[in-house]
Design a binder for this molecule. Structure first.
Ligand code: ADP
Ligand code: ASP
Ligand code: MG
Length: 474
């Protein structure tokens, strides 16, 4: 008997057909005697639709958000009806989903009147997708004689008040999971939990950031006694690059926690960047597998840094970033400019994705999400106003329409010549490199390049990865 936590992503619960696969996977595990905890995302596209509804409400587009609510109602209703025949359970599940959509309309009306949505209200709305899908999936499982019950994760994951990107309060969360969730699992229930959010101490829903259901699943796995965490998604595993950018992408049979951390941080959407954090040092196996191809073994993620002698294992990219360059002769040897710049960046609410400094020390540059770039520039200019007035600092320049491309692989550490090959590949493909940084763990190299060069750069680096990688033929 094993204790397993499984998370099913948006596409995996995105239609009645997909949910049928989920039912098969869950049933097989329960029939094998596993103690199972399930975390689900919203049906594919639902979270985006909820964010759009908020925008429509802010813009006074009443017809827009009412029609979104209607579409969501139809989609969940139809899916439920395809999976569960008429019954009391179907009625009550449908009533619960409808009540959540009534909440959506009410909250949108309030935003419409106020003209804007607070982060707290945003979280209350965008969490509705998971609150609906968990009830739907649990009802479908019950129809297949599984003892499944839907729970909102707010009962178990306590967070700080940092709405839209909340952080779990670990001790409280651990206690809640161990005291309230584990007994449910022990009693033979298969909990179907909402991904993506927890609740603050005073019970307000707070989301963990986009794509956060992976993180939710890892939080549950860390404290519910899980030996294994399986992230069920819509591709066969962690791949050498995003298959949407290069079709030649292949599944990696094994990646280390550290490598997957870099991959996720630098844009591989397959796992949320914080996923490994709660389960590190806990000996919990992490697997990424395909709901639509369940016989494929997927990718195993574990603590050992290397099992194969690959150099570049994978290539990732992040779009929608902006680069800022702070430069000036007076910066040489002036302590604290970088520190103050980064503090000013944090004050503008932006997190830094990558930093690099020119060897002359006359400038350094760093990248932040594109939508924050103007605020960050203003914040730095105000922080460094004196230095700018004295001409110690010439300027804070923005480079827009850039992307970050990253090559990841633990084998890069201590393998001479890799950086050279990587640069040559970029040069040979006429990719203009604006800045370079090596990850602190030395298992990644990142470049800032123009958006228009993205595909060429990814394919050139991916060529190198495919040359060296030992991958699953598939
Ligand atoms: P889910 O809804 O299951 O959480 P996501 O859409 O968040 O799924 O993540 C899976 C997607 O991540 C894949 O469909 C794929 O397009 C994308 N992706 C990007 N980079 C990679 C990579 N290196 N390996 C696998 N998938 C990747
Ligand atoms: N549904 C949420 C999102 O789209 C969380 C997730 O799917 O992981 O961001
Ligand atoms: Mg995801």
């Amino acid at each position: 008997m094993r204790t397993i936590t499984m998370k099913f992503g948006g596409t995996s619960v995105g239609s009645a057909e997909a949910i049928s696969n989920v039912i098969d996977i869950v049933r097989e595990s329960v029939e094998a005697g596993d103690k199972l905890t399930v975390i689900v995302s919203a049906m594919a596209g639902v979270t985006d639709a909820l964010f759009n509804a908020i925008k429509m409400a802010e813009n006074g587009d009443k017809w827009g958000y009412l029609s979104t609510a209607d579409k969501l109602r139809d989609r969940h209703e139809e899916t439920l009806n395809m999976l569960v025949p008429p019954s009391a359970d179907r009625e009550s599940t449908s009533a619960k989903i409808n009540a959540l959509l009534d909440d959506l309309v009410e909250l949108c009306q309030a935003i419409n009147i106020m003209g804007e949505a607070t982060p707290r209200v945003v979280d209350a709305i965008v969490s509705l997708g998971e609150r609906m899908s968990s009830k739907l999936v649990a009802a479908a499982l019950r129809h297949h004689k599984l003892n499944a019950r839907a729970y909102d994760a707010g009962q178990f994951i306590t967070t700080d008040n940092n709405f839209r990107s909340a952080n779990p309060l670990w001790d409280e969360t651990q206690a809640l999971i161990q005291q309230k969730l584990v007994p449910l699992i022990e009693s033979g229930i298969t909990p179907i939990l909402t991904g993506y959010f927890g609740a603050t101490r005073d019970g307000q829903i707070a989301t963990l950031g986009r794509g956060g259901s992976d993180y939710s699943a890892a939080i549950f796995a860390a404290y519910n006694g899980a030996e294994e965490l399986v992230i069920w998604t819509d591709v066969d595993g962690v791949m050498t690059t995003d298959p949407r950018i290069d079709k030649r992408a292949r599944v990696l049979p094994y990646v280390s926690y550290q490598e997957v951390g870099e991959l996720a941080f630098y844009g591989a959407k397959v796992l949320h960047p914080k996923t490994v954090q709660p389960i590190l040092n806990k000996g919990i196996l992490l697997r990424v597998r395909n709901t639509f191809n369940p016989t494929h073994p997927g990718t195993l993620i574990g603590p050992e840094s290397e099992m194969v002698d690959t150099v570049i294992k994978a290539v990732t990219s992040i779009r929608n970033v902006g680069m800022l360059t702070v430069s000036g002769k007076g910066m040489i040897g002036v302590p604290g400019i970088a520190g103050r710049t980064f503090t000013a960046t944090a004050q503008a609410g932006a997190s830094i994705l990558m930093i690099s400094q020119s060897s002359s020390e006359q400038s350094f540059c760093f990248t932040v999400p594109e939508d924050k770039v103007n605020d960050v520039k203003a914040s730095i200019e105000s922080e460094l106003a004196k230095e700018i007035a004295r001409d110690d600092i010439d300027s804070v320049e923005i480079e827009a329409e850039v992307v970050i491309v990253t090559a990841v692989g633990a084998g890069m550490r201590g393998t001479p010549g890799v950086a050279g090959r990587v640069f040559t590949a970029m040069g040979d493909n006429r990719v203009n490199v604006l800045s370079i940084a090596q990850g602190s763990s030395e298992c990644s190299i990142s470049f800032v390049i123009y958006e228009r060069d993205l595909k060429r750069a990814v394919i050139a680096l991916h060529d190198l990865a495919l040359e060296t990688a030992t991958v699953n033929g598939h």
